[in-house]
Write a protein that binds this ligand. Structure first.
Ligand code: DOR
Ligand code: ZN
Length: 407
């Protein structure tokens, strides 16, 4: 039995907790606040094929270090996860890596929608958490940029009762704007090319498809006030539309390029301050349901390349919770809301069963984000050097206690 004594609950009361375990251990949790094991509905752990950036040996540790015991992994790997065979092979590799590192992280896989492989969806419907649709190109070659295929995906997903998760950036508009900005050479041009209209146009299209087919729609990494307005309306209409935002869109804006250079390049891009404020408002108003880290590591070398060659994406799973807890101390968000965004709503929306995983957090521990101690294989964070207040110290997953200082 694991006995957690005197832990603080998020509403400030005290509790003792006993968790079934093969080991006996008693932890005095006087100064620790107890959270449920967090769920990250959006990660790119890079297996197979991109394992110079990340793999599940390093990512499993990064997840625990961030307080996460469940992750949903994206299909833009090499090869992409777009067939039953590639899904099975990916699962086998993940299982082997998790066994090797001795961390049985809970995970689910998104299946990639690909025009040439739509019939594969029927074969995998019981084995995936949802269908991922890239409406605009990002890392990898996955994209559904024609209306006929988009309609087909939404129709199939509805018939199989699968949720569609969209990367909502309009490919046609991206291509048009790339031509307009053909001499772009600064990283900050990224935010101009993939402007708010690029996102809003795709979100409007996805919502229209959700209305036609009654498909459950999960809108990934919402980053603009424009998208929020559309999503709020869809929710008022009673459509099954759910929205995610990311830590980088909540905590950074497009002034970050000056310091971060290529490391600030991400899809969708960082936005002007007014959009960041709109995201915080949308969290308050329950228009945003979840936070996904969109943990998308690339190597230092890759991110140092010039604009155009520099890949989009940044790691995030280790810093999401400390960033949110620091925002809590600043009066921006309640602990209940943090739990709602990072555990309760993902579980409800995707229909995950309950588990008894917990994270024990020292709400008052301050620590600088330090590239040298990160678990992610890429070894950097856009938040490096920032002092954050509120860090997870222990995770109990499936009855096993992990001391995060020693994983
Ligand atoms: O910035 C991004 N990076 N956006 C995506 O859609 C993909 C991700 C990645 O896989 O690197
Ligand atoms: Zn992503």
């Amino acid at each position: 039995m694991l006995k957690i004594q005197n832990a603080v609950t998020i509403d400030g009361s005290r509790m003792n907790l006993t968790i079934e375990s093969t080991k006996d251990f008693t932890l005095d949790a006087q100064n620790l606040t107890i959270f449920p094991g967090l769920i990250d509905p959006h990660v790119h752990f890079r297996t197979p094929g991109l394992e110079h950036k990340e793999n599940w040996l390093t990512a499993a540790k990064a997840a625990l270090a961030g307080g996460y015991t469940t992750v949903f992994d994206m299909p833009n790997t090499l090869p992409p996860t777009i067939t039953e065979t590639s899904l099975k092979e990916k699962k086998a590799l993940i299982e082997a890596q998790l066994a090797e590192v001795g961390i049985p992280l809970r995970y689910e896989l998104f299946f990639g929608a690909d025009k040439k492989h739509l019939s594969e969806i029927h074969k995998v419907k019981h084995d995936v958490i949802g269908i991922k649709v890239f409406m605009g190109c990002s890392t990898g070659n996955l994209v559904i940029d024609d209306d006929e295929s988009l309609h087909a995906v939404f129709a199939i997903a509805a018939s199989q009762n699968l949720i569609v998760a969209v990367h909502a950036e309009d490919e046609a508009l991206i291509i048009e704007r790339k031509k307009q900005f053909s001499d772009a050479k600064h990283y900050c041009d990224h935010s101009k090319i993939r402007n708010p209209e690029v996102a809003a146009r795709a979100v409007a299209k996805a919502i229209a498809l959700c209305r036609i087919y009654e498909t459950k729609l999960y809108i990934l990494h919402v980053s603009t006030a424009d998208e929020i307005a559309l999503i709020a309306k869809a929710k008022e209409e009673g459509l099954p539309v759910y929205a995610e935002t990311t830590p980088h869109h909540l905590f950074l804006d497009d002034s970050a390029y000056d310091n971060l250079q290529g490391k600030a390049v991400v899809n969708p891009p960082l936005r002007a301050e007014e959009h960041r404020k709109a995201l915080w408002n949308a969290i308050k108003n329950n228009v945003i349901d979840t936070i996904g880290s969109d943990h998308a590591p690339h190597t230092n070398t890759e991110k140092s390349q010039a604009y155009g060659a520099c890949p989009s994406g940044m790691p995030g799973i280790e810093t999401t919770l400390p960033l949110l807890l620091t925002a809590h101390h600043e009066g921006l968000i309640t602990l209940e809301k943090i739990v709602s965004l990072t555990q309760k709503r993902p579980r409800e929306i995707f229909g995950l069963p309950e588990n008894n995983d917990v994270v024990l957090v020292d709400l008052n521990k301050t620590r600088f984000v330090d590239n040298a101690t990160l678990k992610t294989k890429c070894g950097w964070s856009v938040f490096a050097g920032q002092e954050l207040r509120g860090w997870p110290l222990y995770v109990i997953m499936n009855g096993v206690l992990y001391d995060l200082a020693t994983i």
